[in-house]
Design a protein around this ligand. Sequence first.
Ligand SMILES: Cc1cc2nc3c(=O)[nH]c(=O)nc-3n(C[C@H](O)[C@H](O)[C@H](O)COP(=O)(O)O)c2cc1C
Length: 207
Amino acid sequence: MTDLTEIASPVLGTLDDAGRATLFTDARTANSFAPTPVSDAELSAIWDLAKWAPTAGNSQPLRILYVRTDEGRERLLTHMNEGNRAKTASAPAVAVLAVDTRFHEHIPALLPFRPEMKDAFDADAELRTRTGTFNATLQAGYFILAVRAHGLAAGPMAGFDAAGIDADFFPDGRWHSILVVNIGHPGTNPWFGRLPRLGHEDAVRWE
Ligand SMILES: Cc1cc2nc3c(=O)[nH]c(=O)nc-3n(C[C@H](O)[C@H](O)[C@H](O)COP(=O)(O)O)c2cc1C
């Protein structure tokens, strides 16, 4: 949009079967983790991939808190639903994904040809919340795929006390938690049985 350099129609690449398996067809939600550590460099690389996937108006409202200290992990566990606690306790790394409720403050830098969108979001709390939540959730999906692209397993969990996490980890009120993601290499018996997926007849319509 800002760079009008002429580009002849580019030919897009396709992901081969191995790549599709890594991201989709063989990828599973991990419920147990091996003790193999996950480095800060690996965790940083996840965002370096996920950040490129699209959001409305390039708004990028997702924020990530990597809980790395033992003390932080203990605090996080108190906010997890009981059935999720052991998974979060055993994962080598844990990310709290959140929406930045003031994501629009970055708009002049992120959408330089429409800086006035910042003011539009400032004036309309409902639009701001709807846009922020929808696009942060979209980015949470990208984040899970980026974890997988780095050869790691993700265990996303919505079963936690969001108000509790927010008060404890984001006391200034700006970030609101939306998902906790356990990250690591799969442990023993890491998967539940694969659940069925909807076929075209239920999920797809044509007109
Ligand atoms: C948004 C979201 C929330 C989830 N919340 C939980 C949770 O609180 N506890 C849990 O054990 N699994 C949770 N899961 C895991 C799903 O049950 C799992 O990803 C799904 O059944 C697919 O499993 P598969 O990837 O092994 O096929 C959640 C997954 C997503 C995407």
